[in-house]
Design a protein around this ligand. Structure first.
Ligand code: GTP
Ligand code: MG
Length: 595
């Protein structure tokens, strides 16, 4: 009989300090190196009991658990809203949890979401009220216990913190939990302890960890017992190429014992494979699994909870996020994993964009972000962009340019697909910060719409008025050539004209000034104009002539683009409408079935 390390998941809203807390416990600086400053994967770190004893010193002497458990196994989760399924997975694995709340911001959407995950799995947890060092006037006492530091604070600072803690107590109460600041908790079975901390300065970490161990001792000891021969269960975090080892997987083993030569089942796209473990490598204690490079020890077997790197044949297509299970005599492991495949299959539609990502967690996160903004998805899978993807993307682009898009998170483009991509109409959104992909897409779609609107507006004939300057008729007919001044709008060749009585005059054939032919003239300009009309019959010198806006153009203008017209164009439009309606009272009105 063995006691395994309890798995402690750190959950909470984005930027509330989960990774920083673990950095402080490990003595590392992972948070500062993350892309976009956010966590986008599940992280895992084993903290040996000796390190914990060092941090807490005399505080944990009373706890007998420190003689039995090998350490604490921490799981870091992403707080960004898109990573719901990674949070759920992190929550589901947990024996205990730390719900971290920035005390200055209070509960936020993903704090509630995390709380609900803890409720769902009935996970015992502690609330860490983080960033107390940011309270106005707080005097920092590096790595001090909270109680000691708190005593040294000015009364108004103490009061401010008490207020913030009571706000947390209030919210937790509404959510169905009784809670108190940890030193005032009388019954740990019915009350949640709130420990004020600063992940940055280390204040309060002593109490936070002591409380965690206390919880573990009280509720977990019996469930932490594992039999030497219990077959291992785990979750794949990442599939990685390693020099000298080939394709390997990083996994969290949360139950049982994993041994070299064990036969394990894993998920590949749409199927289950089994393979035999060649070697097991374990990161040194205090190393974040995600970052650990070459700092591994070869071991023959590992007891949960632990993070390990596994080398075995045929791991190439294994999906990150896949369950991992040792085959055994009394469970149909393959059947169980097949069932999980159904759970993670993403619903797709006939039309829509393509999504490629490096892990199941990030794939689900992009899909969730796209669903939030109502973007349909045609396919979503794990792996690099292939030629097949380019073919599908091109079909999508031809159906709808906005769907001719591939979202590529942490994946590259297959060399053979690169050329095809350049020749295609596909737009790729790639990057290492997940929410930027969809933000960039939204901006691109808006720009496209705006450009389309502009092109549409350009094609529409807008109001305009010219004045035939007296004594400047140079030619009577075929075409009539006369001097005109533009009174309003933008005038282009090809536009038809009417006079103030609504009679058609003829089309503008061309315009020129000083022998230079012009494609467009605006208000105030004086030019020589050739009109397909007879001067003195179709119009007279001194006449004001209007651009004859076709009725369907008028309707579009009136409905969609009125805000794009200048004041003076609007006035001309009113005059023009009056002329038209004098001849036909219903001109330009919407038909019964038009909108
Ligand atoms: P996600 O993983 O993206 O959900 O964020 P996180 O909860 O891991 O937050 P992270 O640790 O990355 O911290 C976010 C920012 O808050 C960083 O700039 C940290 O330096 C800062 N921060 C975290 N804890 C504290 C604290 O106790 N005090 C102060 N002043 N800043 C903190
Ligand atoms: Mg983080």
């Amino acid at each position: 009989m063995n006691i395994r390390s309890p798995i402690v998941s750190v959950l909470g809203h984005v930027d509330h300090g989960k990774t920083t807390l673990l950095d402080n416990i490990r003595g590392s600086t992972v948070a500062s190196r993350e892309a976009g400053g956010i966590t986008q994967h599940i992280g895992a770190t084993e903290i040996p009991i000796d390190t914990i004893k060092n941090i807490c010193g005399p505080f944990i002497k009373k706890l007998s658990i420190t003689d039995t458990i090998p350490g604490l196994f921490f799981i870091d989760t992403p707080g960004h809203s898109a990573f719901t399924s990674l949070r759920k997975r992190g929550g589901a694995l947990a024996d205990l949890a730390i719900l971290i709340v920035d005390v200055n911001e209070g509960f936020k959407p993903q704090t509630f979401e995390a709380l609900n995950i803890l409720k769902l799995y009935k996970t015992p947890f502690i609330v860490a009220a983080n960033k107390i060092d940011k309270l106005f006037g707080w005097e920092v006492h590096e790595n001090s216990s909270f109680m000691k530091s708190f005593k040294d604070q000015a009364p108004n600072v103490q009061q401010e913190l008490e207020m913030k803690i009571y706000e947390l107590v209030g919210i937790l109460h509404k959510e169905g939990f009784q809670s108190e600041r940890f030193d005032r908790v009388s019954d740990f079975a019915s009350q949640i302890a709130i420990v004020p901390i600063s992940a940055q300065t280390g204040e309060g970490l002593i109490e936070l960890i002591t409380m965690l161990l206390g919880l573990a001792q009280k509720y977990l000891i019996s469930s932490l017992e594992i039999h030497e021969d219990a077959p291992a269960k785990g979750t794949v975090l990442e599939v990685k190429e390693e020099v000298g080892l080939g394709t390997t997987i990083d996994a969290i083993i949360y139950d049982g014992v994993l041994k070299v030569n064990d036969e394990i089942a894993l998920m590949v796209p749409g199927d289950v494979i089994t393979t035999k473990i060649r070697s097991i490598l374990k990161p040194r204690p205090l190393e974040e699994m995600r970052e650990s490079k070459n700092k591994f020890d070869h071991i023959d077997s590992v007891t949960a909870a632990a993070g390990v790197k596994i080398s075995a044949p045929n791991l190439d297509d294994v999906i990150s996020g896949s369950p991992l299970q040792v085959l055994n005599d009394y469970e149909d492991v393959e059947e169980q994993i097949k069932k999980e495949i159904d759970d993670v299959t993403i619903d797709t539609e006939d039309e829509g964009v393509l999504v490629k990502a490096d892990t199941l967690g990030s794939l689900e996160a992009i899909v969730s972000l796209l669903t939030d903004i109502d973007v349909p998805i045609r396919s979503a899978d794990i792996g690099d962009i292939s030629r097949r993807d380019i073919i599908n993307g091109q079909i999508a682009a031809e159906e709808d340019p906005e769907h001719g898009v591939i979202f590529a998170f942490n994946v590259s483009i297959h060399p053979k697909a690169k050329e095809d991509l350049e020749e295609s109409d596909i737009k790729v959104f790639s990057g290492e910060v997940i929410y930027k992909l969809t933000e960039d897409y939204t901006i691109w779609v808006e720009e496209r719409k705006e450009a389309e609107r502009k092109a549409y507006l350009n094609a529409i004939i807008k109001p305009g008025k010219i004045y035939s300057i007296p004594k400047l008729i140079f030619r009577q007919s075929k075409p009539a050539i006369c001097g005109v001044e533009v009174l309003s709008g933008t005038i282009k060749p090809g536009y038809p004209l009417i006079n103030a009585n609504g009679h058609p005059v003829g089309k503008i054939e061309s315009m020129e000034d000083n022998g230079e032919s012009l494609q467009s003239v605006t208000r105030g300009q004086k030019v020589a104009m050739a009109i397909d009309a007879v001067a003195g019959k179709d119009f007279e010198e001194g006449d004001e002539l209007y651009i004859d806006i076709p009725e369907n153009h008028y309707k579009v203008l009136n409905r969609e683009f009125k805000d794009k017209l200048t004041e003076d164009e609007l006035r001309t439009l009113d005059e023009f409408l009056e002329i038209k309606r004098n001849n036909d009272p219903d001109w330009g009105k919407l038909g019964l079935f038009e909108t």
